[in-house]
Design a protein around this ligand. Structure first.
Ligand code: PLP
Length: 287
C-alpha cells in the first residue's frame, strides 16, 4: 500500500506525521472521503471543490493547485492498483509549535490514503439500519459552519458513542431548535406519500455529495423532492427513511427510537434510488 505524504509516496509504516502537526494537536484541518468505482473517482470535481472551499473558509493554504491535487489522487490510485475502494484525503494546518497560532505552521500537511472499503453488508441494504436520535447537537452555523468538512469530528464521535451505547447502528442528530439535521456521517431523507424530503443544509448538515447526487437522480426520474425542515415526529411517521453518504451510498433506516419505519425494511423508493445511484457511480467522475 502506497500513501501520498507531502509529495512522496511512502509505505504505511513510513506514513508518519509530526506530533506538532496542528491536525493532531487541534483538529486543525479538513478532509474528504471519496469513492472509486471501477477505476472512476466518483464526483472528483465536487469533492475537490468542497475541499478547496473548506480550505478557503478556514484560511488554510493547500500547497497544491487543484490540478496537482487531482493528479496526486490519480497517481496514488495508480500506484495502489485499486479499481474499487475509498480515498481519504486529509489536509492539516501542518507542523507548528504548541500554540494555537496557525501562522506558526509554515506548510500544510497533505495525505492521501487509498483503501479497500468494507461497510454495510448487502443484507443491511435490504433490512435497513436501527437508529436512535441523540442529545448531542449538530454544530450549527453560529459555531463552525457545517459546510466546512473539518477534522473536528468530536461532535460526531460523541454521537456515535451514544448510538453504540443504545445498540443502534447509526444516530440522528438534531439542531438546537429540534430540527433533524443528519446522521453521524450521513445525510438523511424521509419519504411520505411519495414525496421525498431532506433538511436544508443551513439547519446544520454537511452538504453531502451523495445527497446532491440523489437530488439530481430524483429530478431526472421525476420523484417529488423538497428541501424543508422537519422534526423527529415526521421521521417516526415516515413511510421510508434513508441515509446517504460516500461510504454508505443509500441505506434504509428500519427503526428510529424504537419506532418501526414503514414495513420495517427498505422501502421501494429507497431501493430504487440505491439502484439508480449504483448505475451512475462509475460514469460521473474521472477515470
Ligand atoms: N454528513 C457528515 C457529517 C459527513 O461526515 C458525511 C460524510 O462525508 C456526510 C454527511 C455525507 O457526505 P458525502 O455524501 O459527501 O460523503
Amino acid at each position: 500500500q502506497w500513501i501520498y505524504l507531502n509529495g512522496q509516496y511512502v509505505t504505511k509504516q513510513d506514513a508518519v506525521v509530526s506530533v506538532y502537526d496542528h491536525g493532531y494537536l487541534y483538529g486543525d484541518g479538513i478532509f474528504e472521503g471519496i469513492r472509486i468505482y471501477n477505476g472512476n473517482i466518483f464526483k472528483c470535481k465536487e469533492h475537490l471543490d468542497r475541499l478547496f472551499d473548506s480550505a478557503k473558509s478556514i484560511m488554510l493554504n493547500i500547497p497544491l493547485t487543484y490540478q496537482e491535487m487531482e493528479d496526486a489522487l490519480v497517481e496514488t490510485l495508480r500506484r495502489n492498483e485499486l479499481r474499487n475502494g475509498y480515498i481519504r484525503l486529509v489536509v492539516s494546518r501542518g507542523t507548528g509549535d504548541l500554540g494555537l497560532d496557525p501562522n506558526r505552521c509554515p506548510k500544510a500537511t497533505v495525505v492521501i490514503i487509498v483503501e479497500q472499503l468494507s461497510i454495510y453488508s448487502e443484507e443491511a441494504y435490504k433490512t435497513g439500519l436501527k437508529t436512535v436520535s441523540v442529545s448531542t447537537k449538530r454544530n450549527i452555523p453560529d459555531a463552525l459552519n457545517p459546510k466546512i468538512k473539518s477534522l473536528n469530528y468530536l461532535n460526531n464521535i460523541l454521537v456515535k458513542i451514544q448510538s453504540n451505547l443504545s445498540g443502534a447502528g447509526e444516530a440522528i442528530m438534531l439542531n438546537s431548535q429540534g430540527y433533524v439535521t443528519e446522521g453521524s456521517g450521513d445525510n438523511i431523507f424521509i419519504v411520505k406519500n411519495g414525496v421525498i424530503t431532506t433538511p436544508p443544509c443551513y439547519l446544520g448538515a454537511l452538504e453531502g455529495i451523495t445527497r446532491g447526487a440523489i437530488i439530481d437522480i430524483c429530478a431526472e426520474k421525476g420523484y417529488k423532492l423538497k428541501e424543508e425542515p422537519f422534526s423527529l415526529h415526521d421521521v417516526y411517521v415516515a413511510d421510508e427513511v434513508f441515509l446517504t453518504g460516500t461510504a454508505a451510498e443509500v441505506i434504509a433506516v428500519r427503526e428510529v427510537d424504537g419506532r418501526i419505519i414503514g414495513e420495517g425494511h427498505a422501502g421501494p423508493i429507497t431501493l430504487n434510488l440505491l439502484e439508480e445511484f449504483r448505475s451512475v457511480v462509475d460514469k460521473d467522475g474521472i477515470k
